[in-house]
Design a protein around this ligand. Structure first.
Ligand code: SF4
Length: 560
């Protein structure tokens, strides 16, 4: 059968492939408002393209070239050995059922100089590809990279104290493009490597970098029936080959009019998928994957339950778990804590069936560590950078009303700017607490983890006092909530403060995702008035968050 799949197919839901090749089915329109969420990606690709065009003479830009023309132009550019090709469409591989367009092709150092030029595929993604990881005596954490002005892959050029984030889908996508190049004899001998240009910063390097990924390194954990542990680590190429082969099978079956090989499962991707109007009626209103939105069971877990006759919240709510688990658990060994995940899902199914949102799991008072000076604290971050440190200060000795204090930065931040803002906020916090017994309340471990990452990676001797101080003074209210409540829709601050403490935000639908859009406006809107309005909105949002933890504490403290 004559068809090809693009580089996205293997990384996305297999039901999409099935629908696409099922005669008579057509996708719905994509919601324009959802496309806004991709704008960060479009901006990042444009920014990287500008830098590449400015930094290279031997470069071809095919981003705006229509697909057919881009294919022949890309082949011509590769034949000519152009060093950098942007937006090139690779010639399809009908036998392997692959096609694909590449953000950037980088000419590789070619051992066989008489043969055709070899290339490495590079994706551009609007997220960090590396994470901070401090090397110790036993583990050395480093990731190979190249600055954009010098794209050669040199294994010795590494970002220290960094590890790859597990963006499995990106690795599968770039492995697809590598396979396509390989089919056309366009890859370099030796290590099989591809790149991703994310938003990472490497000390001493200006602008984004290419993070290089070893496509043969088995670092992606998957289910394995044959392994004693039930799990096996596989490489990006192995993961891609498996997922691609399955979708080829799905497409062939659909084209041949066979019974569907895959059924829809509600996942995050459904939010922006043009096939949702086809899948929603298939799922029905009480499907487990459609109704349980907190700690949702994954695709394999849902399919395992369906194979056992459990499809809806009523089915799961009425199931005897002790009989089910011995058959269920061997099929979901890819998940740690699969047992408790299923128990929690069953509890949520019962709550959904019975219309209950928040349950107390204990009895008696809930002790909260009180102090003379009580400070509620919340961080706002964008792309994992803290740009707003908000505090609600309540000096209980004075009898005065609590007041709000914020430290902000409304310009795009680098490592140094983030650290400078953190220093200002943390030193203020220490200074106001010198004369009183103080506790700083926050909700979830995110705040302490972020502070730990900022000051724990060395190079900030003036902040050496911070971690012991945090350890002594900070109180995570989420721990108290988690130890005493179970939430049908989780135990996020928005849920518990509204349902339990009856606190309400000024914004009708407070939402962390919206705050990301507001931040983009606060920093980058065209007019000063628009920027000021977005900044005000973020400050109100943050102030309401810390007032919410203040109310939550009072409510917990009054519990009996
Ligand atoms: S709506 Fe969801 S289940 Fe259906 S094809 Fe799209 S991603 Fe897959």
């Amino acid at each position: 059968m004559d068809f090809t799949l693009d580089a996205y197919a293997a990384r996305t839901c297999a039901v999409k492939t099935q629908h696409l090749f099922t005669p008579g089915l057509t996708p719905g329109p994509v919601d324009e408002s959802l496309q806004d969420s991709f704008h960060g990606g479009i901006d990042h690709v444009a920014h990287v393209a500008e830098l590449l065009l400015a930094g290279h003479h031997d470069i071809v830009d095919l981003r705006e070239t229509p697909r057919g023309e881009a294919e022949s132009a890309c082949a011509d550019a590769m034949d000519a050995g152009v060093a950098v090709i942007m937006g090139g469409e690779l010639q399809p591989d009908p036998a392997g059922h692959r096609r694909g367009r590449v953000n950037v092709l980088v000419r590789a150092e070619n051992a066989n100089t008489s043969g055709p030029a070899a290339y490495r595929p590079v994706l551009v993604k609007p997220r960090r590809i590396m994470e901070r990881r401090v090397s110790g005596r036993e583990n050395v954490w480093e990731v190979p990279y190249s600055p954009l002005h010098d794209l050669a892959h040199e294994p010795g050029r590494v970002a220290e104290n960094r590890a790859l984030r597990r963006h499995e889908n990106d690795f599968i996508q770039v492995a697809h493009l590598y396979r396509l190049l390989e089919t056309h004899g366009r890859v370099a001998p030796g290590a099989r490597v591809a790149g991703i240009i994310g938003t990472d910063e490497v000390p001493g390097v200006e602008g984004p970098v290419v993070t290089w990924v070893d496509l043969d390194e088995p670092f992606l954990k998957t289910f394995s029936r044959s392994e004693p542990t039930g799990r096996k680590s596989r490489s990006p190429l192995e993961r891609h080959d498996h997922e691609h082969a399955f979708r080829v099978q799905v497409a062939k079956n659909a084209l041949g009019g066979g019974e569907p090989l895959v059924e829809p499962v509600r996942i995050r991707e459904c939010d922006w998928c043009p096939w949702w109007r086809t899948c929603e009626p298939i799922l029905g209103p009480n499907d487990l994957s459609a109704r349980i939105d907190t700690a949702p069971l994954d695709v394999r877990e849902i399919r395992t339950l369906r194979a056992m006759g459990i499809r809806t919240i009523d089915d799961l709510a009425g199931t005897d778990l002790e009989s089910l688990l011995p058959k269920y658990l061997p099929e979901v060994t890819h998940r740690s804590q699969a047992d408790s995940r299923l128990r929690n899902a069953a509890r949520r199914a019962r709550m959904l069936r019975d219309g209950i949102e928040l349950e107390r799991t204990t009895e008696g008072p809930i002790p909260i560590d009180r102090a003379d000076l009580e400070i509620d604290f919340d961080l706002e971050t964008y792309d994992d950078r803290a740009y707003l440190w908000g505090f609600l200060v309540h000096d209980r000795r004075s009898g005065e009303r609590p007041y709000y204090k914020a430290f902000t930065s409304w310009t795009p931040m680098d490592d140094a700017a983030e650290l400078a803002l953190a220093s200002e906020a943390l030193e203020w916090l220490r200074d106001i607490s010198t004369t009183a017994r103080t506790r700083v309340y926050h909700y979830s471990s995110y705040e302490t983890r972020h502070v730990g990452q900022l000051v724990g990676s060395g190079g900030t001797p003036h902040l050496d006092w911070v971690l012991p101080w945090v350890h002594e003074h900070f109180v995570d209210l989420y721990t108290s909530v988690k130890n005493n409540f179970f939430g049908c829709h989780g135990l996020g601050l928005k849920v518990v403060a509204q349902l339990g403490a009856d606190f309400h935000w000024r914004d009708a639908e407070p939402d962390g995702l919206k705050s990301l859009q507001w931040y983009e406006e606060a920093v980058g809107a065209e007019t000063a008035a628009e920027r000021a309005a977005a900044q005000r909105r973020l400050l109100e949002y943050n102030e309401d968050d810390v007032r919410a933890t203040h109310h939550l504490r009072a409510w917990l403290d009054a519990s009996a």
